[in-house]
Design a protein around this ligand. Structure first.
Ligand code: GLU
Length: 570
């Protein structure tokens, strides 16, 4: 991928396109605001507290992110953990630069394009693939955090795991969502490892509010604290991961060499102007480019003048359809396939895409032909929901926006040393090519990282000052959730909490999945009259948006009311 535009160039572009509309949430005060200067927003209050402790001890946002992740892996294991991967967008207050860290899992060197085909020569059933040893990629979240912490941390790495260790050893109250996931009918909750972990001596499953311990997890975080990511990627735990993925009828090929070879990556954040702002995300294979394209398309519409009304949601739905069509066709790991990110975000291309939005929905939306795009087959990737998002701002103004995942709930449902293994490789396209022979951008290849929808965003003003950060889990719906929250804040000028609470709508192809009951009858009727019929489904309620924004009074946070998280200042 080409390096993104420099922030300076973007600032000029943003200034040129700036309209005079003031923002309620975005204007940093001339003198230091009296309100909160630091904050943590994440999906679980215990994890938020772990982050706040680090901030109170003089740690940076990245230091706190390590503690939050270590704790989430214990109290929200259905979403993320030591066995998973992550994308993190980081804003450095001193240099005003944005860096994107890529801790995405890699496929083992033994993986083949038909990794998820059965002996019958057909793609495996999705749940069979998830639960198999083939679904696990090399976990990258801890290695990524270690890289970021070595560059932007102040405290010692070894001191960032105390809270996770204390809770794992001493016990923690089981959160409602964790208990519900453990009791759910999901195949991952019915594996021998998950049953053993969540079942009490009396044979019943753990209940919300009961105290649970995980001494194996405590031992693992102690080892990670002492040795860094090597503790996971080499030695005893690495061997346990390898053994675990080789169990069962469809063993994976993950090897000690694959684990040892893992390297997290970092690059300049992918930043583009949006109205008077600059929005930064990670590049491919994350969902970042798609969110920027969605915003780019909306930038050619008057959505900013249609706050939460029929026309506003209509424009949102049609831009989403175009965004998904392109992302599904073109995004993959740029180390393996050419991904036309520059073409997709080219202002002329985006303007052409925006022209496809007419007064009534087009019968169908096809991917466009951005510059640099090779022939690509329709995509056969299917994602499910098991991920989390956190945002942290420290006392110096540094910002972490991080989406982190084990892919589906409890990943592959296989556990070693107190944590679940990811099933991230099922984020690859199950089929490598179509009948016409065109390759899928997101086909499996050895060492390749699967496409992700995760798109942790950071918004700056034209002087590169922090405006807001937001992101969400939700599988493919992440793109729509993030786009909604960004439109809510940047176009509709809503406080981050209200932008997060806006109803979710996921429009792609010919469907308009939504939290139907959260749209007023007037909005529903108005949209239907325009040809947009909202239907329940697609896990539309599955967002877990967390965000923080700067206001003249200091920081203000938002936590998705659909989950159990909070946003708190130290
Ligand atoms: N595995 C998905 C991705 O990386 C995320 C799944 C989820 O959000 O639950 O895009």
């Amino acid at each position: 991928m080409k390096s993104p535009l420099s922030l300076a160039a973007l600032a000029i572009a943003a200034a040129l396109s700036a309209c005079a509309t003031p923002t309620t949430a975005a204007q940093p005060a001339a003198k230091a605001p009296a309100g909160p200067k630091a904050m943590v927003a994440a999906a679980n209050p215990l994890a938020v507290e772990a982050g706040l402790k680090v901030l109170r001890a003089g740690g940076t946002a990245v230091d706190a992110a390590v503690a939050v992740q270590a704790t989430l892996g214990l109290v929200e294991p259905q979403s993320s953990g030591l066995g998973g991967g992550s994308f993190m967008t980081y804003y450095d207050a001193k240099t005003k630069q944005v860096t994107a860290y890529n801790g995405r899992e890699t496929a083992p060197m033994g993986a083949t394009p038909k990794l998820f085909y059965g002996d019958d020569g057909k793609p495996l059933n999705r749940m069979t693939a998830i639960l198999s040893g083939r679904s696990t990629g090399v976990p990258g979240a801890i290695a990524m955090l270690h890289l970021a912490q070595s560059q932007h941390g102040k405290l010692a790495w070894k001191d960032l795991f105390g809270e996770a260790e204390r809770l794992a050893d001493g016990g923690f109250p089981v959160p409602g969502r964790m208990a519900a996931a453990a009791a759910s009918k999901a195949g991952q909750a019915a594996t021998p490892d998950a049953i053993a972990y969540f079942t009490k001596p009396d044979g019943t499953k753990v209940q919300a509010g009961e105290i649970m311990k995980n001494p194996a997890y405590a031992a693992t975080v102690r080892k990670i604290a002492a040795e860094g990511p090597k503790a996971l990627l080499e030695g005893e735990i690495a061997q346990a991961i390898v053994d675990k993925v080789h169990e069962g009828a469809l063993p994976g090929t993950l090897s000690l060499a694959d684990l040892k070879a893992y390297r997290p990556k970092s690059e300049a954040g992918l930043c583009r102007p949006y109205r008077i702002y600059i929005v930064c995300v990670p590049g491919a294979p994350s969902g970042g480019p798609a969110v920027l394209e969605g915003l780019g398309i909306l930038g050619h519409t008057p959505i900013d003048k249609h706050r939460n009304d029929v026309e506003g949601w209509y424009l949102f739905s049609q831009a989403s359809r175009l965004m998904y069509a392109d992302r599904d066709r073109y995004i993959g790991d740029p180390d393996f396939v050419s991904v036309p990110v520059e073409g997709l975000l080219d202002p002329a291309y985006v303007a052409e895409r925006a022209k496809l939005i007419g007064p009534a929905p087009a019968a169908s939306v096809a991917p466009g032909k951005p510059k640099g795009a090779g022939p690509r087959a329709p995509d056969a990737t299917q994602e499910v929901h098991g991920t989390t998002h956190l945002v942290i701002v420290d006392q110096w103004g540094n910002v972490v926006s991080m989406t982190t995942t084990v892919e589906s709930i409890f990943g592959s449902g296989r556990m070693v040393h107190g944590f679940f293994l990811n099933n991230q490789l099922t984020d690859f396209s199950f089929t490598p090519e179509e009948r016409d022979g065109a390759p899928a951008a997101n086909a499996v290849a050895p060492g390749k990282r699967p496409r992700s929808s995760m798109a942790p965003a950071i918004v700056l003003d034209k002087n590169h000052r922090f405006v807001a950060a937001v992101g969400s889990p939700g599988g493919p719906s992440i793109l729509a959730y993030n786009l909604k929250a960004l439109v809510g804040m940047l176009d509709w000028k809503l406080p981050v909490q209200d932008a997060i609470a806006l109803p979710n709508m996921i429009a792609g192809g010919s469907f308009y999945a939504a939290e139907v009951d959260k749209f007023s009858p007037e909005l529903r009727a108005g949209l239907e009259a325009k040809g947009v019929k909202l239907t329940a489904g697609f896990g539309a309620e599955g967002s877990g948006l967390h965000g923080i924004e700067m206001t003249p009074q200091g920081l203000r946070g938002g936590a998705d009311p659909r989950r159990e998280g909070v946003a708190k200042a130290p």
